[in-house]
Ligand binder design. Structure first.
Ligand SMILES: [Cu+2]
Length: 87
């Protein structure tokens, strides 16, 4: 029984592991833009946290492993900003 629980715990921690994705965001002019981008990224399934760097025109997104960066960019574009996945 104990072994089963441990395996389960390992599985859960693996399933919720985060990865960091860097996005290049174009068109952000002010903090309100940054907020809009942050909210649009936060609405993407799997995303747990988005840090927006207004002056640098980029975003660092923490998301569950397997979350597609393209889905993140789609959300940003829908909000009216340019987006590209940077390596
Ligand atoms: Cu703005």
């Amino acid at each position: 029984m104990k072994k089963v629980l441990l395996t389960l715990a390992a599985f859960i921690s693996l399933a919720s592991a985060d990865e960091l994705v860097n996005l290049k965001i174009e068109g952000m002019m002010c903090p309100a833009c940054a907020k809009t981008v942050k909210e649009s990224l936060g609405g993407v399934k799997g995303v747990s946290e988005a840090s927006i760097y207004l002056k640098e025109g980029r975003a660092e997104v923490k998301a569950a492993t397997g979350t597609k960066p393209a889905a993140m960019c789609d959300a940003v574009k829908k909000a009216g900003y340019g987006c590209a996945v940077s390596k």
